[in-house]
Design a protein around this ligand. Structure first.
Ligand SMILES: [Zn+2]
Length: 274
């Protein structure tokens, strides 16, 4: 009868040394199946494999985040916008813009802590940098998004992350979204952008109120904001219009949905006529 000890692996020196680090090499034998012995990899090889695996995971994570940036809807240049890159030409301008920068960074921090559920309404003239700030929030959210090991491993192994199609962070201009919804009514094969915008963990709706809405676009916007309200999903809106002007443009029913949970922040600078 075999004892438990017969199943404990034993290490036998092979008499050879690792060509890389010089350590003695062993084979591993389980006495109970004595004829079956396996050469053991040297500790230096195992350590190297572990380092390579970690590097591959890191590469994979970067590829996943890059992919999320690309499918978010941000343009190439917008994908590089950061808070640090939100610079001003003069120190007076920097001082003037600081409260808006701080508000945007605070919203991003709240989002990352899982505590953002409302609306950040960034308004100001064309060229004031409100879209830059909105994209900086999106990019920070993507930078810190938790990437599962399996996804990172797969992306690292194949050098790409096209298998990802869900868009946790979605960026679109309001005009683009409404135009795409119109197209999707005509062609059922189109992506359902309204559904994407409704369920995104973070939505950036750029340039809201640029066009006078029809009854139908009003309905779409109401549906979007009402849903995100109910689900407590955070939204960043940029607009050339002050909150009061937005109410005139879109009507009470929609702006009530936004205003209930919104912090309105004016971004100074830019020019009125764009
Ligand atoms: Zn070695």
């Amino acid at each position: 009868m075999k004892q438990a000890a017969d199943f404990m692996p034993t290490r036998t020196p092979t008499g050879e040394n690792c060509p890389d680090c010089g350590r003695a090499l062993y084979t591993c034998t389980i006495p109970a199946v004595g004829c079956f012995s396996v050469p053991q990899a040297c500790a230096c090889v195992l350590a190297q494999e572990e380092t390579q695996r970690k590097q591959q995971l890191e590469r994979g994570r970067a590829l996943v985040r890059q992919r999320l940036r690309e499918i978010s809807g941000m343009r190439k240049r917008q994908q590089t916008h950061t808070f640090a890159g939100f610079d001003a030409k003069t120190s007076a301008e920097r001082r003037a813009k600081k409260p808006a920068l701080d508000a945007a960074a605070a919203f991003a921090a709240q989002y990352l802590a899982g505590q953002a559920s409302g609306v950040l309404y960034l308004h100001g003239h064309v060229g004031c940098g409100k879209t830059h700030l909105a994209c900086a929030i999106a990019n920070r959210a993507i930078d810190r998004i938790a990437v599962r090991d399996e996804a990172a491993e797969y992306a690292g192994k194949y050098g790409e992350a096209r298998f990802l199609t869900r868009k946790p962070v979605r960026f679109t201009t309001a005009a683009e979204m409404l135009a795409e919804i119109r197209r999707s009514f005509r062609n059922a094969a189109q992506t359902d952008i309204l559904a994407e915008c409704k369920r995104a963990r973070l939505l950036i709706l750029d340039d809201l109120g640029a066009e006078k809405p029809s009854d139908w676009t009003r309905e779409c916007l109401f549906e979007l904001f009402d849903h995100r309200n109910e689900e407590g999903l955070p939204t960043v809106i940029t607009s050339n219009l002050s909150p009061d002007s937005l109410r005139e443009q879109l009507g009470e029913r929609i702006t009530d949905r936004i205003r209930d949970r919104a912090a309105a922040v004016r971004v100074p600078g830019g020019s009125e006529r764009g």
